[in-house]
Design a protein around this ligand. Structure first.
Ligand SMILES: [Zn+2]
Length: 430
């Protein structure tokens, strides 16, 4: 392997014209050199006090050498900048006291495991020739526009959630070019995608005395504006959009911030991911439009009494919502209360998704595994489930439930072609 890499680099240089004899000499010489393995290093100490204000922590790294190496973790992602910086003595680098040069320049000099600092990913340390840089690779389906700013911890939270989606489903999103877009606020997300939504919001006053969801003429209606949505899925762009902050429903400028809200962020990623999966088969004929799904949905719906509807009102607006929520629950990403609620009210839908949809993406889960890991009442009588989890009866009135999205069907009034989703250059490292 080392020979192959060296030969390629060598052939790219002008010295390649010297000829084969020299090349074989190089190959022989390389055989004697030790293979340089990129070391994976742990964080030995987390310092949060007495550091410059722009940093949230200094992460000391156990280098196994005499040299000292620290990662400075910034509080905010600043456009065009990385979320972490390598802090070291330049002499240690130039004199080779920190990390050996990798065999291939594209490879990192060191990999830093973030776990000791409560970070699930790794930082790759690259030697650019003039210094070390720290890169944090994110999920291949996360889209971080160059201009976007946000709290570093919010990014970690979203990225960790995406990395927990079963691998077969993430690969399908990647192949299908389904992305998750994040940004600081509604300006950097919803209004950036669709400037006409800002006008729509400005022209749509909210009656603060009205609940965000209510039954009007026998139908459940969502009263929120775009500005009030904690996240949404855009089927025509295959795009999940989750701003760090949005405006609290019923207020002029109350801010709801996702920073530090890991459970809520995970709930949202898995719910919106469920919408994304709905459209993996085809745009015009998604899974929630299949006959089997419709039958299961109607069966479950007919068993929900009028007096119980408020507990699951959001999922009675259309079929796409229970599809998304059930899928999120079965993939293991929803919080306990949300999983219990949806799986107990929509058992037939869940069985349909479990047996007819998820196996297409290599994800198989048995009812026993669901009972063991996700919701112990799975498959039993709903009344029993409600006794087991009495709090779910209140769940639909909790703030966190606003985490469910507004599902937009192909609506030509949304001006959806304003910003094209680019298929590359989505910043896979920050
Ligand atoms: Zn939704």
């Amino acid at each position: 392997m080392v020979n192959v890499i060296d030969r390629r680099i060598f052939l790219g240089s002008t010295a390649a014209i010297i000829g084969n004899q020299f090349l074989s000499g190089i190959a022989r010489a390389n055989r004697a050199q030790p293979v340089v393995q990129t070391p994976t290093l742990q964080i030995s100490n987390v310092i949060t006090r007495g550091i410059p204000a722009e940093y949230q922590a200094y992460l000391d790294v156990q280098t196994n050498t005499d040299g000292r190496f620290t990662l400075g973790l910034l509080k905010e992602r600043i456009p065009g900048r990385k979320i972490s910086r390598a802090i070291y003595d330049e002499r240690d680098r130039t004199e080779g006291r920190l990390f050996a040069k990798p065999a291939d320049q594209a490879q990192p000099s060191a990999i830093i495991d973030g776990r000791n600092a409560g970070i699930e990913g790794v930082f790759n340390i690259h030697d650019t020739g003039s210094g070390y840089e720290s890169w944090y690779p994110v999920s291949p389906v996360l889209w971080l526009p160059e201009y976007a700013e946000f709290a570093t911890n919010y990014l970690f939270s979203i990225d960790n959630s995406l990395k927990r989606i079963p691998a077969g489903i993430t690969s399908a999103f990647h192949r299908n070019e389904s992305w998750t877009l994040i940004g600081k606020d509604i300006e950097q997300t919803y209004y950036w995608l669709n400037p006409s939504w800002r006008t729509h919001d400005q022209n749509t006053p909210i009656d603060p005395n009205k609940p965000w969801i209510e039954k009007i003429d026998g139908r459940w209606v969502d009263n929120r504006r775009y500005a009030n949505l904690p996240g949404l899925y855009l089927p025509d762009r295959k795009l999940i959009v989750i701003p760090q902050t949005h405006i609290t429903y019923g207020t002029a400028n109350g801010i709801k911030d996702r920073n530090g809200q890991d459970e809520w962020n995970r709930d949202t990623i898995f719910h919106e991911g469920g919408h994304g999966l709905d459209y993996l088969t085809s745009y015009s004929n998604c899974y929630s439009n299949a006959h089997g799904f419709i039958n299961a949905y109607e069966k479950d719906k007919s068993r929900i009494a009028d007096s119980e509807e408020h507990m699951v009102s959001y999922y009675l607006q259309n079929r796409a919502e229970p599809f998304a929520e059930i899928t999120g629950a079965l993939m293991g990403g929803l919080s306990g209360r949300r999983a219990a609620r949806i799986l107990s009210f929509f058992y037939n839908v869940a069985e349909h998704v479990r047996t007819q949809v998820l196996p297409h993406y290599g994800y198989r889960i048995t009812p026993e595994q669901i009972r063991e890991k996700i919701y112990s009442g799975y498959g039993s009588d709903r009344r029993a489930a409600l006794t087991l989890y009495p709090e779910i009866q209140l769940a639909s009135s909790l703030e966190r439930d606003a985490g469910v999205c507004m599902h937009l069907h192909n609506n030509s009034n949304n001006g959806s072609a304003i910003v094209q989703t680019q298929t590359h250059n989505h910043n896979t490292v920050v």
